[in-house]
Design a protein around this ligand. Structure first.
Ligand code: SAM
Length: 191
């Protein structure tokens, strides 16, 4: 089987697939991630992976002839459309998407986030039959503002850059004491 891992980052899922597939391609638009993934492949002497720098929302996937397409925390309608066009009947798309409730305390929904209904519509519109659509949710609860800040400390730089940080602080100062992680786990088959 040939796998295509879209938005592969440094290859966390790509290497998992490579241990189970004949050939796997990882696609990411970040040159630094692709460089590191190639370094890791060389270091671990994994011979059946290729890492390619490309925009997964513009590139078509036919040339990779995938039997399975995966996308871990990199889901969009453009990616679903391209996966559906490249997969043959009976082949699968497996995704973990941000759920719209992910970090809802920061008041900002990622453009990659879906709820169950929108995901189902997007899949069916492309001839993909949903076989599994599950929400994995974890709500951390804090006793104080300090505990809430400590829980987000690794996210501070990214949240400052995208405007979430000050809204999260306002949420905590306003009495909020939670932080939600929510992912939508998807398996769909090409009809
Ligand atoms: C949250 S990371 C997940 C990385 C990896 N799948 C993992 O689970 O470790 C999202 C990745 O998607 C990539 N990405 C986002 N939009 C993309 C696009 N249009 N084309 C290619 N890669 C994209 C980012 O560069 C980033 O590496």
């Amino acid at each position: 089987m040939r796998g295509l891992d879209v938005g592969c980052g440094t290859g966390r899922l790509t290497f998992w697939l490579a241990a189970r597939a004949r050939q796997v391609v990882g696609l990411d638009r970040e040159p630094a991630a692709i460089k590191e993934a190639r370094r890791l492949a060389e270091q671990a002497q994994v011979g059946n992976v290729d890492f390619i720098e490309a925009d997964a929302e513009r590139e078509e996937y036919h040339r990779f002839a995938p039997d399975i397409v995966t996308a871990h925390l990199c889901a969009s309608d453009a990616i679903i459309e391209r996966a559906a066009r490249a997969l043959r009947s009976g082949r699968c798309l497996g995704m973990v998407a941000f759920h719209v409730d992910q970090w809802k305390e920061t008041g900002k929904v990622s453009r990659f986030a879906y709820d169950e209904a929108r995901m189902e519509r997007s899949l069916k519109a492309q001839g993909l039959v949903p076989e599994a659509l599950e929400v994995e949710r974890e709500v951390k609860r804090f006793a104080s503002v300090e505990e809430g800040l400590a829980a987000a400390v690794g996210l501070e730089d990214a949240w400052r850059a995208d405007g979430r940080w000050f809204r999260y602080i306002a949420f905590l100062e306003g009495g909020g004491r939670t932080l939600t992680r929510a992912h939508l786990i998807v398996r769909a088959r090409k009809s």
